[in-house]
Design a protein around this ligand. Structure first.
Ligand SMILES: O=c1ccn([C@@H]2O[C@H](COP(=O)(O)O)[C@@H](O)[C@H]2O)c(=O)[nH]1
Length: 272
């Protein structure tokens, strides 16, 4: 998907919500556990209930890998369902990969070609030659971890290297990568006040912003510092939507949560 198509979807749906598909068999409603593929049954119900309120879905790959081959099959079925029923959705493989170039190319093929994701999250630590193989794919997007939502972000990401912090170095340096126009960045909602500095370095880039809901990030704060004229934000919520109810009404309650966030987003878009 092109960035232009993504921006078009955002203005059409008045939403920049990304629903995180962090599907955990210990948390999904018990009545689904007897299904042949409970993970897919749950994802399908969540997608059917929430698609009108969001523009993106983000399966976190850990939640699928944890169930071995069956988990990969559930992920594959989820992607097939999204690509067939909702091809307008921007899909994010939250996989946090990155390796020597030769290996990164195989990761890129796995997620961009075999599973047909629009984008993948990548750890920047191994540098240019670990990231550029992902950037070669046309209309696919590489989402570099810049400033993450967790407490451990302060271990390294905010430490000074030279005259600025490491996450700023990641932003600055990555702009010189070949095909850098295919880059997006992760900045946690819990670090909303840092977004002003982020925007000085990457004023136009799309940011994937996880951490609203269960981690306590605030949507209005994120918008105050991070929104651009083309929006430039995909704000993710996973547990806050998926597990709004663990009963038979789970899909309805997930839809209510997604609708509430979409309505707050509509207010923010109205300020542009
Ligand atoms: O900095 C980061 C990067 C990724 N994540 C991922 O986003 C979701 C957040 O889930 P919630 O349930 O809405 O807290 C999850 O998949 C994380 O692995 C992040 O939280 N922070």
């Amino acid at each position: 998907m092109t960035t232009k198509d993504l921006v078009g979807q955002i203005f059409e749906k008045k939403s920049f919500l990304c629903v995180g598909l962090d599907t955990d068999l210990a948390k999904i409603p018990k009545h689904l556990l007897g299904d042949k593929d409970p993970i897919f049954s749950f994802n399908k119900a969540i997608i059917d209930a929430t698609h009108q309120f969001c523009v993106a879905y983000k399966p976190n790959i850990a939640f699928y890998e944890a169930y071995g081959l069956q988990g990969w099959k559930s992920l594959e079925r989820t992607m097939e369902y999204l690509n067939e029923k909702h091809p307008e959705m921007f899909t994010i493989a939250d996989a946090k990969r990155g390796d020597i170039g030769n290996t990164s190319t195989r990761y890129a093929k796995a997620f961009f070609e075999a599973l047909n994701f629009d984008s993948i999250t990548i750890a920047p630590y191994m540098g240019r030659d670990s990231v550029e193989p992902f950037l070669e794919f046309k209309d696919k997007h590489t989402i570099l971890l810049a400033l993450t939502s967790n407490q451990g972000a302060f271990d390294f990401q905010t430490k000074n290297v030279g005259n600025h912090e490491l996450y700023k170095e990641v932003l600055e340096r990555s702009k010189t990568y070949k095909n850098a126009e295919n880059l997006m960045y992760v900045v946690g909602a819990t670090k909303a006040s840092y977004l002003e500095g982020v925007r000085q370095i990457v004023p136009e880039s799309f940011l994937l912003v996880p951490g609203v809901g269960a981690q306590g990030g605030n949507l209005q704060e994120v918008c105050k510092y991070g929104i651009t004229k083309n929006v430039g934000l995909l704000v993710n919520s996973s547990r806050g939507i998926l597990y709004a109810s663990q009963g038979e009404d789970f899909a309805k309650e997930a839809a209510n949560k997604a609708r509430n966030i979409q309505q707050e987003m509509e207010v923010e878009l109205g300020k542009l």
